[in-house]
Ligand binder design. Structure first.
Ligand SMILES: Cc1cc2nc3c(=O)[nH]c(=O)nc-3n(C[C@H](O)[C@H](O)[C@H](O)COP(=O)(O)O)c2cc1C
Length: 434
C-alpha cells in the first residue's frame, strides 16, 4: 500500500504485568522501581525506531488493588524519563502530567527541563485526570467542563512560559561581558479565572524543535480542547468505527480552530496478546485475566452505569433499557459512551459484555492472536483511515512484549507501513515524518 507511514509509541507502563502477568517467573516484577527495567524496554523500542515511549500516570493509589498485583504503583513519570534520557538517543519520551492538580509554572519547568536533558525528545501528555483530588485538598473532583476550562488556561500559560525566555536571547558575548539580551526575556503577566502567573520561566525554551503536546480524553469538551492544541491524541477506540468517527471528528474540529486536519494524529491504544498460534494467544489472555476479570468487570459496570447484575445469568442479553438513570457527571464520559455504544449496537449477552475492553481494560483496541493477525488488523485500520498510528500496550507476558517489538514492528516496517530508520532525532521530527 502506498499509504502514509504509521506513528507508533510504546507504553512504559508495564501493561504486560497486568492481571496475572506479574506472576510469571520472568516478569521481573521485583524490578518495578529499578530504572534498568525501563531502560531495557526503551532501548528495545528505540532499536525498532518507534516514535516514542510513553508513561501514563495517576496521582492516587487503590491499596485494596495491591492484593492482586502492582496496579497503579508508579514513580513520577517525568523523573523516570529523565533517567532514560541519558540512556537513549533518538526515541521520543512522553510524560503525562495532569492539569487539574499542579501549578502550571512547575509543569512548564519540569517538562522543559526534560526537553533539554533529552535534546528535544520530550512530549507532554495532557490529562485532566479521573481521580486524586483527595491528595490535593480538593473536596470533589471538578466537573469535566471545569477541568477542561482549567486545562485550556493551564496549557496556554505553559506555552507562554516556554516562549518567555527565548533560547536565542542568550548571546554569550564573553568579550563584551554580555550574557543575554534581557529585553527579550519577558514576563507573561497572566491573570485568568484559574491562575495568576507572572513569569518568565527559569530556563529557555529548547529551540531545535517544538515540544509535542498529546492529549488523552475524548468527550466533546476533550475533543475540542485536543483539536485546539494537540499534535496527537492518545485515544480509546475498541472498534474500527469508533476510531474512524473519532479521527474524522478531530480532524474537522482542528480545521475550525484554524489548523490543518493533518496537524492532529489519532493514536489509539492497542492492547496486544500475541503468541505463536491463535489458540496460545487466547490461552495467554484467559490465563492473564481469569482470576480478576469478572470481579473487575462487574465493579466497573456498576460504577459506570449503576447496573447491578450479580444475580443475572450469563446468557441474558443486556439492552439500554436495562440501565438505571445514568449519572450526569460520569467519571469518564469517553469510557461510558463507548460502553453504551457497544450495548446499543450489539445487545451483548452478559457473559460477552463482561469481557469487553471497556470493562476489563481501558476500552482499548485489542488483538488476541498471532503477529500476522495483528499485522492484518493494523493494515486494515490504516487503510480505512481509522488511525494515524497507535500506542502499543503488550499484555500477558514479557514474551508478548518482545514479540510486539521484535516481530510485529519489523513486519510493519518491511511492508512499508513504518520507518526502517530514524529520519530525525527529535520527537516533533518523528511525528511530522510522512
Ligand atoms: C485513552 C485515555 C488515556 C488516559 N490516560 C490518562 C492518564 O494517564 N492519567 C490520567 O490522569 N488520566 C488519563 N485519562 C483521563 C483523561 O485525561 C480525562 O480526565 C478523562 O478521560 C475524562 O475526560 P473525557 O470525558 O474527555 O474523556 C485518559 C483518558 C483516555 C480516554
Amino acid at each position: 500500500m502506498s499509504h502514509r507511514k504509521l506513528h507508533i509509541g510504546m507504553s512504559l507502563a508495564p501493561t504486560w504485568l497486568s492481571g496475572d502477568g506479574w506472576r510469571r517467573q520472568d516478569s521481573r516484577v521485583e524490578d518495578l522501581l529499578d530504572s534498568d527495567f525501563y531502560v531495557d524496554v526503551a532501548r528495545r523500542a528505540e532499536a525498532a525506531h518507534l516514535d516514542f515511549v510513553f508513561r501514563p500516570d495517576t496521582l492516587f493509589l487503590s491499596a485494596a488493588a495491591l492484593e492482586n498485583g502492582p496496579g497503579f504503583t508508579s514513580m513520577d513519570p517525568t523523573v523516570l524519563l529523565a533517567a532514560l534520557s541519558r540512556e537513549t538517543s533518538h526515541i521520543g519520551l512522553l510524560s503525562t502530567v495532569s492539569t487539574s492538580f499542579f501549578p502550571p509554572y512547575i509543569v512548564a519547568r519540569q517538562i522543559q527541563s526534560l526537553n533539554w536533558l533529552s535534546k528535544g525528545r520530550t512530549g507532554w501528555n495532557i490529562v485532566t485526570a479521573l481521580d486524586g483530588n483527595d491528595n490535593f485538598g480538593i473536596e470533589t473532583m471538578p466537573s469535566a467542563e471545569e477541568r477542561y476550562a482549567r486545562a485550556a488556561e493551564f496549557t496556554q500559560i505553559v506555552r507562554h512560559l516556554w516562549q518567555s525566555f527565548p533560547a536565542d536571547s542568550i548571546v554569550c558575548d564573553r568579550t563584551g561581558g554580555r550574557y543575554a539580551d534581557s529585553r527579550r526575556v519577558q514576563p507573561i503577566d497572566h491573570r485568568g479565572p484559574f491562575f495568576n502567573v507572572k513569569g518568565p520561566l527559569t530556563l529557555p525554551g529548547y529551540d531545535r524543535a517544538p515540544l509535542p503536546l498529546i492529549q488523552a480524553g475524548a468527550s466533546p469538551a476533550g475533543r475540542d480542547f485536543a483539536a485546539s492544541v494537540a499534535d496527537a491524541v492518545f485515544a480509546s477506540a475498541p472498534d474500527m468505527q469508533a476510531a474512524i468517527d473519532l479521527r474524522r471528528d478531530l480532524r474537522a474540529r482542528a480545521e475550525t480552530h484554524g489548523r490543518s486536519a493533518d496537524d492532529i494524529l489519532v493514536l489509539p491504544g492497542l492492547s496486544l496478546y500475541l503468541a505463536q498460534t491463535r489458540r496460545q494467544a487466547e490461552e495467554l489472555f484467559a490465563e492473564t485475566h481469569q482470576r480478576t476479570a469478572r470481579v473487575k468487570a462487574l465493579a466497573n459496570l456498576k460504577a459506570m452505569t449503576g447496573l447491578e447484575v450479580t444475580d443475572w445469568p450469563d446468557d441474558r442479553p443486556v439492552t439500554l433499557a436495562d440501565l438505571p438513570p445514568l449519572p450526569s457527571q460520569p467519571r469518564s464520559r469517553t469510557h461510558l459512551d463507548l460502553l453504551l455504544r457497544a450495548i446499543e449496537r450489539d445487545t451483548p449477552r452478559l457473559g460477552e459484555l463482561l469481557k469487553r475492553p471497556e470493562l476489563i481494560g481501558s476500552a482499548h483496541w485489542q488483538v488476541i492472536g498471532t503477529v500476522d493477525d495483528a499485522f492484518d488488523t493494523i493494515t486494515a485500520w490504516s487503510e480505512a483511515d481509522a488511525i494515524d498510528g497507535f500506542v502499543t500496550l503488550p499484555g500477558g507476558s514479557v514474551d508478548c512484549l518482545h514479540r510486539s517489538i521484535n516481530e510485529l514492528i519489523p513486519r510493519l516496517a518491511q511492508a512499508g507501513h513504518f520507518r526502517k530508520a530514524y529520519g530525525s532525532d527529535t520527537f516533533y521530527g518523528h511525528l511530522k515524518e510522512k
